[in-house]
Design a protein around this ligand. Sequence first.
Ligand code: SDX
Length: 429
Amino acid sequence: MSKNTLTITDNRTDKTYELPITNDTINAMELRQIKVNPEDFGMLSYDPAFKNTASTKSTITYIDGGKGILRYRGYPIEQLAEKGNFLEVAYLLIFGELPNEQQYAEWKHEITHHTFVHENIKNLMEAFRYDSHPMGMFIATVAAMSTFYPEARDIFDEEARLKQIHRLIAKVPTIAAFSYRHTRGLPYVYPDNDLSYTGNFLSMLDRMTQLKYEPNPVLERALDVLFILHADHEQNCGTSAMRVIGSSHTDPYTAMAGAAAALYGPLHGGANEAVLRMLLEIGDLKNVPAFVKGVKNRERLLMGFGHRVYKNYDPRATLVKNIADQVFEVTGKNPLLDIALELERIAREDEFFVERNLYPNVDFYSGIIYQAMRFPVSMFPVLFAIPRTVGWLAQWIEMLEDKEQKIARPRQVYLGSDSRDFVAMNDRK
Ligand code: SDX
């Protein structure tokens, strides 16, 4: 009868150890019993960038990288994108179930009525240089919000915690829109509570002299679906930052500023901006072969391609591509699409990309849509951070409520100098 255990023989001592297997994993702490001498610290696992390490158990998002599967709380992303709306999916991620009518009405009411930010926050944002990157403004302002809501530190008070969740989900579009208006030298537009979550966001971005902004329904829905697709993605870099920072029991604004800072990187959520700058640099189909040659010579990355988990198509990329057609009906086709499609065609056929499983990820086509919707390229990471706020908060709650979690503190393999005595300045080489 096979046992759910792993037997390890340490050939240094000929000792064998039997470690229990749970959920197809071994608990790394079980390795510590493996020693040569009793006074040894015991064995560690070594996993730079945590490529093969589960940092938590979770019931929020499931990804099968081989099959291109993505589910939020068990619901396939394709169904949520087709049949749901972002606030509904936000409720699902935070509470674990799709809301009934009453739950949805209450949730929508709370989010809608927390969209305003304190006037001091608006004044604080006005201090940024006119040409500040919106993502830098977003991160700094989210962090500053912790100074406005000291009760946010009561992270185990469920009522106080829920209030901060309402505030963050409601206010990130406002902060994002204010950042955008600031970079355009335009007056900030206040929230319009008669509009939907994405309709209000478009209003705060675009309203000029009209008394009532009427969002284009196709763009409003396209943004809503894009927000659904970006809401959560299990233990990615930004979410891991949220969990690690949150594990020290700081408030959610401070933890989320760190998560957004991680997302900003061009290898992560900043990739959508990097993709557009790459496509603009290529500029014309005739330049694609030379660019691809540069990628294959390791001179640069093909931004928007590859993924740590998906080793074939990112299911979100397929859905984003479908939205592109609807958006282009309204905005006109983005000429950069032809360059993007050519890059994808080459990546599907060329051995360099095929053997490395480099397929388009969520960031490859989203930027083309955002540009067609007239978002400046610098806004793209902010457009990722808005919906990902929900995922960060859902994962933060799960971490706080997980009895197995403690403050995150990895170990290391020390390979530096052994003990040595201080040398006076004039005796040094
Ligand atoms: C997101 O984790 C998440 O879930 C993230 C995310 C989310 O929703 O939160 O999905 C969002 O961040 C999507 C990824 C966006 N980033 C990019 O598009 C940037 C370009 N992609 C690469 O930087 C890279 O593919 C990563 C960072 C996405 C994944 O890197 P890995 O898993 O560490 O893979 P790797 O660097 O070990 O690459 C394996 C090989 C290497 O070649 P060899 O040295 O083995 O010969 O593939 C090569 C890499 O050089 N490679 C690329 C490449 N990506 C990997 N070569 C050219 N272009 C690329 N884009």
